[in-house]
Design a protein around this ligand. Sequence first.
Ligand code: GDP
Ligand code: IMO
Ligand code: MG
Length: 462
Amino acid sequence: MIKLVEGLQWGDEGKGKIVDWLVGKEGYDIVARWQGGANAGHTVWKNGKKFVLHLIPSGILHKDVKCVLGNGMVVNPVALFDEIEELKKKGIKVEGRLFISDRCHVTFDFHLREEKYSEEVKGKDKIDSTLRGIGPTYHDKFGRIGIRMCDFINKKTLVSKLEANLEKKNWMFRFGYGKLRGLEEEIKALLAKDLPPEQAKEKVHELFMGYGKERCLDKEKIIAKYLELSEKIRPFVHDTSVFLNDAIREGENILCEGAQGTLLDVDHGTYPYVTSSNPVAGGACVGLGIGPTKIDQVIGVAKAYTTRVGAGPFPTEQDNQIGEKMREIGEEYGATTGRPRRCGWFDAVAVRHSVTVSGANSLVITKLDVLDEFETLRICTGYVYKGKFIDFPAQIEILEEVKPIYLDLSGWEESTRGIRRIEDLPPRALDYLAKISVLTATKISFVSVGPKESQIAVRFTR
Ligand code: GDP
Ligand code: IMO
Ligand code: MG
């Protein structure tokens, strides 16, 4: 059996908690991630301890489960070993249980630097990314100059590819990103001095050769650092597509863990305010090297309201006391960057779009408890643009201008945190969930009512 868990909003839907819970309840042999990198932050509470996973699937917290980092991922070896260390400190052993694809791409220090500069240059138009080098690594992958894990563990190939990459990147750090303006001014000032031609030529050459050197990465140091990491990572590297397909033949159970969410998908999300990979369920086949016929169920996870961290359109955003209340009760601060998350009402148009493009056939609603203290609740049921109802639009200029149409409901105003059966939820909470189910045309299989591992209500019979 292969099931897949994916986010249906702008990430942080509580995927980590749901994966952990499913592994405990249904028993999986393997948990595999197919995309993204250390931009993810999946929070799992276990026996009173908080774990935040960035690269390693949440399944690692179950000692008999093997974890796969698929070919569609971008892996930063520095971040990976930091994460392994953190897990070790909390008593989790990773050796022998972690299988990293030989085809995934490697994120290097220069990708992080590249992203910092490119975000700076974009100014107010920046994506507000996690600055984990994700965009630049995928940029290199699709530009066919990236370094894959199979190259990373081969010293000779690594050195030659790193040298070639560093040369290009350092050139870009020196002369790219709009910094040339400074050089032009310096040259102009020099020429205004009216120096003899030979001397002026020499000075310009000097200026040019020294220009931006401080922004360059030290080739020797970088190569030495990554050669050490190459040695360290080698035992974890495998052909994970073969590994997974063998497991499928053996009848093992596999859970695929998505990162980010469908609205951050580079094809189906709110482009360009998206991440650079395919969190949508279909991405799992490409990002793990398994066929679409092998996936039995797609579980879409959505919060009972909406959040977004970073820039981009958000039609149901409540940039007011309502949003602040959601942020405070839901502790809506990024698990990776600590940034406050923007909050708003549940957007059934956006989630319906996500369900459609991902083929989710089961819905999990998380953080229902966060709405416990709201007197009234709203669900966005439609978008109106220029007087007409529209579907979730491709153009962000339109998404920025749509008028959300709301269905108003009374809140249940009592705690749901201790409830373990969906039938026992307050009638108004059941009504709220039923509306979501109808509007997204998907059945809700369970509901999360708190951050802890036991806080889940199951058996939805309505
Ligand atoms: P992920 O990236 O999708 O795994 O989600 P994050 O871990 O980034 O964000 C979800 C946050 O909500 C974490 O702090 C979780 O501990 C917390 N959480 C998950 N489910 C629930 C829930 O049902 N209720 C509450 N109050 N918090 C939850
Ligand atoms: P999990 O897996 C929420 C957002 C960033 C930014 C945009 C692009 O925890 O749900 P990137 O660094 O990926 O190039 O940033 O995507 N973003 C996330 N938002 N949850 C995430 O992951 C995210 N990963 C990236 O804030 O707006
Ligand atoms: Mg997260």
